[in-house]
Design a protein around this ligand. Structure first.
Ligand code: GLN
Length: 199
């Protein structure tokens, strides 16, 4: 059983711990370097990416995290976690840094004020079967993807139809939405398969 850490400086940590366990892996929180050393893979939860960035630096986790990501550790980010894994933020604040790894440009709070939060059923081939309920909460979207990035899902309805909201690049995966809050753990199962080297 692989051990999957959930970065626990800020955000919806508990929901991811539960989803990981439901998906058949061991789950543990990561707040310090020694804890990072003990995990096979990492989930970066939803929350607030500017705060998460500040805390990651304050906890002196930024360099160790970048080193593990650079060495090929599998990682999955939801929402703010997607922003943390992105190489680039469109219209970034001058003081906001990401960890990077995914060759994508994200736009924060991209869906705008009128549609702050919404839900939609998405058909996602990578997880198969029934459509998945996707919960978007002040979500980013992916504005550009590099050549090595696979698009897993796009918005299907409304003014944002066609926008990219789930991606994978080798061992790195990210979603604009929050599969950890719906009880549908297929994304976490896919991530566990990636960690096992079987997907
Ligand atoms: N808007 C948040 C940010 O920019 C992300 C929101 C979320 O994770 N639900 O970090």
């Amino acid at each position: 059983q692989p051990t999957i850490g959930v970065l626990a400086v800020q955000g919806d940590v508990r929901e991811h711990l539960y989803a990981v366990e439901q998906a058949g892996a061991r789950a543990t929180t990561v707040r310090r370097t020694t804890e990072l050393d003990g995990v096979d893979a990492l989930i970066i939860p939803g929350g607030e990416s500017t705060t998460m960035d500040k805390l990651v630096r304050a906890f002196e986790l930024r360099d160790p995290l970048r080193a593990r990501l650079g060495a090929g550790m599998p990682a999955y980010g939801s929402c703010a976690g997607m922003i943390m894994l992105a190489d680039r933020i469109a219209d970034a604040r001058p003081d906001q840094q990401t960890l990077g790894g995914l060759d994508i440009t994200v736009r924060r709070n991209a869906f705008g004020r009128q549609v702050d939060s919404f839900e939609e059923d998405l058909h996602i081939r990578a997880i198969g079967g029934a459509p998945m309920r996707a919960v978007f909460i002040r979500a980013p979207w992916v504005e550009e993807v590099g050549e090595g990035v696979e698009v897993l899902a796009r918005v299907e309805d409304g003014p944002a139809a066609g926008r990219i909201v789930a991606v994978r690049q080798g061992p790195l995966m990210a979603t604009s939405f929050h599969p950890e809050v719906t009880g549908d753990h297929r994304f976490h199962q896919l991530f566990v398969e990636i960690v096992r080297g079987k997907a």
